[in-house]
Design a protein around this ligand. Structure first.
Ligand code: HEC
Length: 214
């Protein structure tokens, strides 16, 4: 093609027409007429929704929003995923630890005491000897003293499982205590257990003595 003045006019002329058409908009935020809109607007799937027909062709399961990996815990959420079964109690015993977010500070211990005094004291007693005011309604030695070897060596994951789901005659505290509060209470239970051990030479006897005094 010969480049002469007419060609240059033609090129600039068509560029001006395209510019004019593209800039035709109804307001400052209107993109105007889009030439080949696919170039501007990609055919994206909405990330936080599912297609009614499940026809996402990229993901194998046809969903836009992927399922979280099993046992995923949301960021900032301190709860855990072990479901309410005996086997999962054992799993929790082995694997669940005090989260780093709930530091062992005097403040958290005080929060633990606050919630312990409200929720746990009626059965477990103020020193964790299993001698709270309600304990007289329970079969003898049913509420474990925190001085017993069982509680002394009980991993905190097991405590969490019990507080979350309950165990035999102890109910669940999941609706009453947030995960953080449960961990603070566990810190206080461990604190009481340490003190109980120091004050109780024979754990079973300690429990019996208290029952007799009542
Ligand atoms: C209604 C009485 C009652 C209340 C209230 C109660 N517990 Fe218990 N708790 C029990 C009994 C009974 C057991 C023994 C369960 C078993 O092993 O059969 C128990 C067991 C436990 C154990 C040992 C758990 C295990 O895995 O063996 C811990 C720790 C504990 N309680 C902590 C708490 C805390 C913390 C609270 C307050 C949030 C609380 N309990 C409130 C009655 C109670």
């Amino acid at each position: 093609m010969k480049i002469n003045n007419r060609t240059v006019y033609k090129i600039f002329g068509s560029m001006a027409i395209v510019a004019l058409v593209v800039s035709c908009g109804r307001g400052p935020n209107d993109p105007g007429t889009e030439y080949m809109p696919d170039m501007y607007v990609s055919q994206a799937y909405e990330p936080f929704s599912q297609l009614a027909d499940g026809k996402n062709t990229v993901n194998a399961d046809g969903k836009n929003m992927r399922e979280a990996a099993p046992r995923t815990i949301a960021q900032g959420q301190l709860d855990y995923y072990y479901p309410y079964t005996v086997e999962q109690y054992d799993e929790a015993l082995k694997n669940v630890k005090m989260p780093v977010e709930v530091a062992r500070t005097a403040e958290n211990l005080a929060i633990g005491k606050h919630f312990y005094d409200i929720n746990c004291f009626p059965c477990h007693g103020d020193k964790g000897m299993g001698d709270g005011p309600v304990s007289v309604k329970f079969p003898p030695n049913n509420i474990p003293s925190y001085a017993t070897d069982r509680i002394q060596t009980l991993a905190e994951g097991g405590m969490y499982h019990t507080i979350k789901y309950g165990k035999n005659l102890m109910g669940s505290y999941a609706s009453v205590l947030t995960p953080t509060e449960r961990w603070c209470v566990i810190q206080y239970v461990q604190y009481l257990a340490k003190k109980a051990k120091a004050n109780a030479p024979a754990p079973a006897a300690a429990n019996d003595t208290i029952k007799k005094v009542k």
